[in-house]
Design a protein around this ligand. Structure first.
Ligand code: NDP
Length: 240
């Protein structure tokens, strides 16, 4: 059965790997993005996957997007809340705007999208929601009170949503990636990166495809009995 999947932030980095893996699994995939049209065009050229631009932090835009995807592709069975940003600064220097932007995109974005798709999934008796958290939401990180709060919030959000969907065939799970080699890491100075890698038990950065494999499992029928869980894909870093 060709199920319809939305991957937010699905055009670059981890999201691209997730979109491609779901497509290879036979899903009809729509990859969303926030504003980088050139990256989205290049992504479609590479993969043949449809894209749609909207801001996941804006509630009305999410509702409009869900309506359009329902009309163009059919009922949405799978939602991967992957879109995320960082605006790092220590507490001493972080502005209210940096706090608000990250909470709005990384956490409120998950609510907005789930709000759009959850009722239909519940009515049809089948649905999969996977939220991309972070190892830094599990353990915290200097310079990331905004990001760690948003990602930690995702883990609580996931468990509560899982409880509400469990009797209706709708599962909700989170993945907590560790440091994955994508553009998001480009703002981290090389010396800091060296220290980070030294703290990862397996001794290397992760690959986007390693996160995607977790998503294809959690969104498959094989994962019917898995809900409210957090899959740590971070080379063992969550243990520290
Ligand atoms: P990237 O920065 O490479 O890609 C981010 C994606 O999110 C892009 O497609 C971007 O669109 C989209 N996006 C950003 N803001 C919005 C918005 N307001 N509305 C819609 N889409 C938006 O990120 P990664 O692939 O590295 O990260 C993906 C997820 O994994 C994030 O949630 C991140 O927090 C999480 N994560 C990443 C880790 C890492 O080491 N990379 C570690 C742990 C968690 P556009 O191209 O238009 O900008």
């Amino acid at each position: 059965m060709s199920r319809v999947a939305i991957v937010t932030g699905g055009t670059r980095g981890i999201g691209e790997a997730i979109s491609v893996a779901l497509k290879n699994q036979g899903r009809t995939v729509v990859a969303s993005y926030g504003g980088n049209d050139a990256a989205a065009e290049a992504f479609t050229d590479r993969t043949g996957i449809a894209t749609q631009k909207w801001d996941v932090g804006d509630f009305d835009s999410c509702m409009d997007a869900v309506e359009k995807i329902n009309a163009d592709h059919g009922d949405i069975d799978i939602l991967v809340n992957n879109a995320g940003i960082t605006r790092d600064a220590t507490m001493m220097k972080m502005s209210w705007e940096q706090w608000d932007e990250v909470i709005r995109v990384d956490l409120t974005g998950c609510f907005n999208m789930a709000k759009g798709v959850f009722p239909g999934m519940r009515t049809r008796g089948w649905g999969r929601i996977v939220n991309i958290g972070s190892v830094n939401g599990q353990g915290g990180q200097i310079g990331q009170v905004n990001y760690a709060a948003a990602k930690s919030g995702i883990h609580g959000f996931t468990k509560s949503l899982a409880m509400e969907g469990a009797r209706y065939g709708v599962t909700a799970n989170a993945i907590a990636p560790g440091y994955i080699a994508t553009e998001m890491l480009s703002s981290i100075p090389e010396k800091v990166m060296e220290k980070i890698v030294a703290q990862i038990p397996v001794g290397r950065l992760g690959q986007a495809e390693e996160i995607a494999r977790g998503v294809t499992f959690l969104t498959s029928d094989d994962a019917d009995f898995v809900t409210g869980s957090t899959l740590s894909i971070n080379g063992g870093q969550h243990m520290y």
